[in-house]
Design a protein around this ligand. Structure first.
Ligand code: GLC
Length: 735
């Protein structure tokens, strides 16, 4: 570390707040005084204890030998626990912490990724809503329930950009677009943290996985990440930066290496970029055992070197592995680690505990009465259904089969997923599975005559009793097919080389369509999937992802038109595995795909996606007209773009009006288009609205190869429309 950084850390948070132009308010001064006074009393062992987190329950990673750390806690040798929840459980450990000499409270973290006991749609599904208020509402409810269960901290939002649908963890993020991902990151952080972390219904957020974890080579989880800094800055960095700007209390370092260094030991990422350049005031926790995994990376010879590299890089808290607890004291005593580095990490952690109000009342989150009244409340269920309805994407609706008439009486319901509470929850779920409303439950509750047939076996993907299934279809008014992958087939450690839906499943749909009955396919998945035969043959298709606790009610509300689907795909759906990674912000190249023979394409598969980014239909139709650019507006607004949108159908509906921008000629190669604005509007049949987008540096700028954000004069094309492909264009010149 250079002298500048040491000086910076030596002056503690007062310098930090001043340097970040942060208002050194009386609260901050009081916090600084309190923390400085406490640190003045701490031994080196107690300081190192604050930098250590152990798992108290189930393992969410390897090498998790469950040991009882109660004694260490009562000696002040542990700062945090993960995978423990429940007001009574956390109280027990907190009581042990209060027996320690300085009574520094523990903080409890858990992966509350999409809802707590009341489950919400997968983050990728929520992103399909393009409704930032709904997304924030989901995070708000997650925080409310998690806080009531004694938790102070969630390891969310995951903001990793994903271009590769083979990577199982795309289910956890907001999709492929950095502009949108940044907006979602801010909404989720605010939903979780609110405006005051001392409020007992708020919890600390954690921006993860820093950085670039969503771009493992070949889509293989944990694999190396290799990209230019310019590529990182433009396509992967924005959501992390947005999370820091939103005031996220914590960051999590990623498992992967980045620019040839493990993220957990990357001084560039953790100190230079996050803490210095962005002025991040919170603390960084390692992902699971990633401090010790620097040995596997062959970046550290042993745990002692891993500890040295971690603390030097700015990794503040070590999750589950014990490199810090076993080696940091010796490293300080040997003069290999300046104690000021330890102090900086301790200060960051204690400041968050102070902001949570835990020094005033360590048990403020351990209220069993509140836990009973908040978790699974009517409000939570309403929130979950509201967000789930808006996460559903209508992909096809030939002959307007949907919405179904209320007169539909006999339903042939096909597929085991229609009855599976567990699958509805998706990966990384904390939901109370016993309270999940499946599609079958919801249909029966609505009084429909449901004939359920398994149709196919999801494990061996063989059709089951075809005659029985076809007979059920022939005796119905409508056939609803719940198909896709099992929920366990996406998530961590769930990369797939083939994201196709099994042929047998698709063949069954074709057989059902041949009966001549109306067939509606519900595609249930945690990632983009390939289903070309169904896409061609099924007259109606809804992508319902994994919607969790209120899945059945939300799907029924959409099927029968109580809610007109408004979702748009936050990730491109490929036609073929060979196209992956596939996204809409591709570059022209020297031989653009559109230009005939000598161009960037395949000789054996198409280049076009099955469904493009931003795609989603409605039960009504929308017409775009009167696209205009209004030049030289004022101040930092260069211009604005306006378009008129009219509901030309017979249903009230919502439309996500999207603005894409192309910088025609720039000092670095730029994508053919990038999302730079969106607005979700609601229109009654026949109603019109003019949507206007301001054009500022945010819409026109990019990061150059020095990672400076620049806006260059010259020609631009603005594109406005209903998805990334179906747009109207207009030219603009920045003079
Ligand atoms: C896991 C995940 C990370 C999670 C952590 C704690 O391995 O990579 O996202 O927050 O461990 O469960």
């Amino acid at each position: 570390m250079n002298k500048r950084k040491l000086l910076f850390n030596a002056l503690g948070s007062v310098m930090l707040l001043a340097s970040c132009g942060g208002n050194v308010t009386s609260e901050n001064r009081e916090m600084d005084r309190f923390v400085s006074e406490l640190m003045g009393k701490m031994t080196i062992e107690e300081k190192i204890g604050q930098l250590c987190q152990c798992s108290g329950g189930f393992a969410t990673g390897p090498n998790n030998t469950k040991i009882d750390r109660t004694e260490d806690i009562s000696k002040g040798l542990l700062g945090s626990m993960l995978n423990v929840s429940g007001a009574a459980n956390t109280r027990k450990y907190q009581e042990a912490a209060m027996k320690s000499r300085l009574q520094i409270p523990l903080i409890f973290g858990l992966d509350v990724i999409h809802g707590f006991r009341t489950g919400f749609p997968l983050p990728l599904a929520e992103a399909a809503s393009f409704d930032l208020d709904a997304i924030e509402r989901s995070a708000r409810c997650s925080a409310r329930e998690a806080a009531a269960a004694g938790l102070h901290w969630t390891f969310a939002p995951m903001v990793d950009i994903g271009w590769d649908a083979r990577w199982g963890r795309v289910m956890e993020g907001a999709g492929e677009d950095p502009y949108y991902g940044a907006k979602v990151a801010k909404a989720r952080v605010h939903g979780l943290q609110g405006d005051d972390l001392s409020d007992e219904s708020t919890i600390m957020a954690c921006i993860k996985h820093f950085a670039g974890y969503g771009a493992p080579i070949a889509g293989k989880d944990y694999n190396s990440v290799d990209m230019s800094m310019g590529h990182f800055a433009n396509f992967y960095m924005p959501p992390y930066k947005a999370g820091a700007e939103a005031g996220a209390a914590t960051f999590m370092s990623a498992f992967n290496d980045f620019n040839n260094e493990p993220c957990t030991g990357s001084e560039f990422l953790l100190r230079d970029l996050l803490k210095d350049k962005w002025g991040f005031k919170g603390f960084v926790v390692s992902d699971w055992g990633s401090v010790s995994e620097m040995i596997n990376h062959r970046y550290a010879a042993d745990e002692k070197e891993a500890a040295l590299k971690g603390i030097t890089a700015g990794l503040d808290m070590e999750m589950v592995s014990e490199c810090y607890s076993k080696n940091l004291k010796a490293l300080v005593e040997e003069g290999k680690v300046d104690e000021k580095l330890v102090d900086d990490a301790v200060r960051r952690i204690l400041e968050q505990k102070y902001k949570l109000g835990l020094f005033e009342d360590p048990f403020k989150y351990c209220n069993e009465e509140r836990e009973k009244s908040v978790i699974g409340s009517k409000q939570s269920r309403e929130d979950a259904c509201y967000v789930a309805e808006r996460s559903i994407v209508l992909l096809k609706n030939d002959k307007n089969i949907l919405p179904l008439s209320k007169d539909v009486k006999r339903i042939s319901l096909v597929g085991a997923l229609a009855k599976s509470q567990k699958d509805m929850c998706g990966a990384w779920s904390c939901a109370d599975v016993s309270k999940v409303v499946t599609l079958y439950d919801a249909m029966c509750e609505r009084g429909y005559n449901v004939d359920y047939v398994e149709g196919y076996n999801l494990e061996n993907n063989k059709i089951v009793d075809l005659n029985r299934t076809l007979s059920s279809a022939r005796n119905s008014d409508v056939v609803i097919v719940a198909m896709g992958e099992r929920a366990w087939q996406s998530g961590e450690m769930r990369s797939k080389g083939d994201i196709s839906i099994a042929e047998e499943q698709q063949k069954l749909v074709s057989e059902l369509v041949k009966t001549g009955k109306p067939v509606v396919v519900l595609m249930m998945c945690g990632r983009p999937v390939i289903f070309n035969e169904v896409r061609k043959n099924a007259p109606a298709i809804l992508c319902t992802w994994w919607l969790s606790s209120e899945a059945g009610n939300a799907i029924c509300n959409v099927l029968w038109g109580d809610y007109n689907p408004s979702g748009k795909l936050p990730m491109t759906f490929p036609q073929h595995n060979g196209q992956i990674p596939l996204n809409y912000q591709y570059k022209s190249t020297g031989r653009p795909t559109a230009n005939g023979e000598w161009c960037a394409k395949y000789i054996d598969i198409p280049t076009e996606p099955a469904y493009p980014f931003g795609y989603g239909l409605s039960y009504t139709t929308f017409e775009y007209s009167d696209l205009k650019v209004n030049d030289s507006v004022n101040g930092d607004v260069y211009a604005n773009v306006s378009v008129n949108v009219k509901n030309t159908g017979k249903y009230k509906g919502e439309e996500v009006v999207q603005l894409y921008v192309r910088d025609e000629v720039a000092s670095v190669t730029r994508p053919i288009k990038e999302l730079k604005g969106f607005e979700k509007i609601s229109l009654e049949p026949g109603e019109s609205k003019t949507v206007t987008f301001d054009i500022t540096d945010e819409q026109l700028g990019f990061y150059n190869n020095n990672m400076d954000y620049v806006v260059e004069k010259g020609d631009f094309t603005f594109m406005v429309g209903t998805n990334s492909k179906n747009v109207q264009s207009i030219k603009y010149t920045l003079k």
